[in-house]
Design a protein around this ligand. Sequence first.
Ligand code: MN
Length: 339
Amino acid sequence: MTPNDARAPLPPDLVIAHTNDYSTACRLRDDGYEPIECAFGQHGSVLGRYALDHHGTESHREGVALRACRDLYGACRKDRRFVVTGTPDADAVLAIVALAGLVSKGALSETFYRLVDRQDVDPIGLDLFEVSGGPELAWFNQRPELHPTEAGFRRALADMVHLLTDGVPNAELDRTLASDRNRRKRAVEGIIALYGWSGVRQTPPGNPELSPVRRGVDVLAAPAAVLVVQSTVWGFDVWYRLAPVVVSYAQRQAKVTVGCPDKETAELLFGPGGLMAVWPLLGVGWGGRESVGGSPRGVRLALTDTEDTARSVLACLAERSVRGGESSQPGVGRERPSR
Ligand SMILES: [Mn+2]
């Protein structure tokens, strides 16, 4: 079955330029293309007329689909040229659909675009299969051809238009749920070790999905501190139910990632700057953001290194004694001395 063949084609004046190059994105922007989520690491963001990015230095801005659907519907209908980078995620794709007016305004429900925004900005603890519009969004996220190319974006745009105008047949939503159940199962199978706050190894619970995702001060009630996983699937929505710090090993890239559910939680556990205080302790070249990061680019690590990383993280937690029990306001007055 090739459902896309039966769908309405994208309009001929819609131009999608995909680039991984900062100066190319700048040049296209200067030519009148509207950049959508064009963040280029240390170069920063390429912003057009509507400043449609919310990464890095632009993280104070609201998400792009939210702004495009709510405030900017049809704003680019007369000049439908866009420059993009990276993979076609739902946020960027829905933003283009709205700006270019590829569907009627009535097809853009507030429930759906707010859900796309939430999933983009803060996905941990969100179960798409329990909210309105969620199964449809999960269907989009599972499209197999969301490649970081112009063709990938065009396919994603066609899929999004299809979702918004025709809806997704129930049989396809059923397959989406089955596939997601399988992903969660594999995420659980990837669990290697669970450590309590004192560093003692624990037996992981049989069904992690019964535990809540804890964030902010609630993490101090979590029975465990650090979870070590090795998995071929994305499983942070499952793993953060077991511990507020996840150390994961990606075998294919031979890379170790350390993450917390969000910045607030990371700062509660590790002090101001969150994991920024931890990276130097893990070795040369480790780095990332306050809530997530990992081993140096180009350095191949082994699974045993993952256990060492977990030990170092546990040592940081022990030193800060965030769960010391002598204060009802954990962390206050006990910051790491700066040096
Ligand atoms: Mn986004």
